[in-house]
Design a protein around this ligand. Structure first.
Ligand code: ASP
Length: 350
C-alpha cells in the first residue's frame, strides 16, 4: 500500500531537502559550488527600488524571500507603476486582477495567487499560501477570501489615471458601438501603445549563506480577458528556484513562457553547468524555436513579435538579465552598487 504524504509534512520532515540534494547532480556540477559570502539581488528594470531595499534587508539579516517580497511591495504599492499591484492597468471590464508567486530555496516551497482582485500586495498573499496552506496556487474569489481571512484589507486598486486610460481604450475600440469616441485626444497615442502591452516585476536573490529565493508579481496584460492568468503565478514559468543551483524569473509574453516552462528550463540549464547568461539565452532560443508553431506571434521575417526576459542568479553569485530583443535593462545590487544594466539579447531590431 502506498503511504500518502502531504506536501507540508514532506517539507517539514526534511525529506524534501534530502531528495533535492540527491537529484540535483548536474553534468558539469558548477551549480553545486557555493558562493563565498556573495550577495546578489536582481530584478526587472522597474525594480531598482526593490533591489536596493532587498539588499538593505539582507544586510539586516532578513530571510532572502522576505527581503525580496519587501522590495517588490514598494512597486506593488506605487500607483505610478501601471504594470504591478495598485495602479496596474485593468482587464477589459475595467477591473484590476493581479497574479503573484514566490519560491523559497531553503525549504523548496512556493505559493501563488492568480486573478486576485482588491488586494494591493498579492506577493504577500502568495507567501501565506506557501506558509499557511497545503496548496501551491489559489485563484480568484478564493484567493481574495483567503487574503481577507488573513487580515488583508480590500481596496479599490483602479487609480483615476488607470481608469481614464482604460476608458479611452474602450471608446476607441470600435466606431460601431454605443461608446462615443474620446472627447480629448490627450493620452490617445499612449493608449494605442498600451494595447497588447504588459509589464511585471521579478526579483531573485542569493544571500550570504548561499540561499536563494524569488518573487514575481504583476497586473498582467493590459485589458486582458477577465480571468486570464499569465506566467507570473505559475511556478516553473514566472519563476523557479532550486537552492542547490540557482534562481530564475521572467517578464514578457506570459503565454510563450507558460508553454515552455521557461524559468524551470533556465535553472535546469544552470544545473547542467551553463552560466546564468548562457542558460537564459538558451531558454529564449527554445521559446523562439517553439514560437514557429504560433504564426500569429511572428513577423514577416519569422521573428517573434513579442519579447520575453529572463533574470537569473546561480549559487556562485553569477547573474544575468536577458531578453529576446536588444534594448532591455535589468536592475542588480551586488552589495556594492545598485544599478541598471543592459540585458544580453538575441536580436537587434533594424
Ligand atoms: N509576464 C506577464 C504576463 O504575461 C506580463 C509581463 O511581464 O510583461 O502576465
Amino acid at each position: 500500500m502506498k503511504t500518502k504524504i502531504s506536501r507540508r509534512s514532506f517539507i517539514k520532515s526534511g525529506i524534501g531537502a534530502g531528495t533535492a540534494a540527491i537529484f540535483s547532480g548536474g553534468k558539469k556540477g558548477s551549480g553545486m559550488q557555493r558562493n563565498r559570502g556573495k550577495k546578489v539581488v536582481i530584478s526587472s528594470a522597474n525594480g531598482q527600488r526593490a533591489t536596493e531595499k532587498a539588499m538593505q534587508l539582507l544586510d539586516e539579516g532578513l530571510d532572502p524571500l522576505d527581503a525580496v517580497i519587501a522590495g517588490v511591495n514598494i512597486i506593488e504599492s506605487d500607483p505610478e507603476d501601471m504594470t504591478v499591484g495598485y495602479g496596474g492597468l485593468p482587464n477589459e471590464d475595467g477591473v484590476v486582477e493581479l497574479d503573484a508567486s514566490v519560491m523559497h530555496g531553503p525549504t523548496h516551497n512556493g505559493g501563488a495567487v492568480a486573478s486576485i482582485r482588491n488586494i494591493k500586495n498579492p506577493s504577500k498573499v502568495a507567501k501565506l499560501v506557501m506558509e499557511r496552506t497545503a496548496h501551491a496556487l489559489i485563484v480568484g474569489r478564493g484567493a481574495l477570501r483567503f487574503a481577507k481571512n488573513h487580515g488583508f484589507k480590500e481596496e479599490n486598486l483602479l487609480t483615476d489615471r488607470a481608469r481614464k486610460i482604460w476608458l479611452k481604450h474602450k471608446e476607441q475600440l470600435s466606431d460601431q458601438d454605443f461608446w462615443y469616441p474620446p472627447k480629448s485626444k490627450k493620452l490617445e497615442s499612449r493608449v494605442r501603445s498600451f494595447v497588447e502591452s504588459h509589464g511585471t516585476i521579478n526579483c531573485c536573490v542569493l544571500d550570504a549563506n548561499g540561499d536563494l529565493a524569488s518573487v514575481t508579481t504583476t497586473s498582467g496584460f493590459f485589458f486582458k480577458i477577465p480571468g486570464r492568468v499569465g506566467d507570473s503565478p505559475i511556478i516553473g514559468a514566472g519563476l523557479y528556484v532550486d537552492n542547490d543551483v540557482g534562481a530564475a524569473g521572467s517578464t514578457g509574453l506570459g503565454e510563450a513562457n507558460i508553454l515552455t516552462c521557461g524559468s524551470n528550463m533556465v535553472v535546469e540549464f544552470m544545473r547542467d553547468g551553463f552560466s546564468p547568461e548562457e542558460a537564459c539565452l538558451r531558454a529564449l532560443k527554445r521559446i523562439i524555436a517553439k514560437s514557429k508553431l504560433w504564426p500569429e506571434r511572428l513577423d514577416s521575417k519569422g521573428l517573434p513579435r513579442f519579447d520575453v526576459n529572463f533574470y537569473a542568479v546561480n549559487k556562485k553569485g553569477e547573474y544575468a538579465g536577458t531578453a529576446i530583443w536588444k534594448g532591455r535593462y535589468y536592475s542588480v545590487n551586488d552589495g556594492k552598487e545598485n544599478k541598471l544594466k543592459p540585458s544580453a539579447y538575441l536580436f537587434e531590431r533594424p
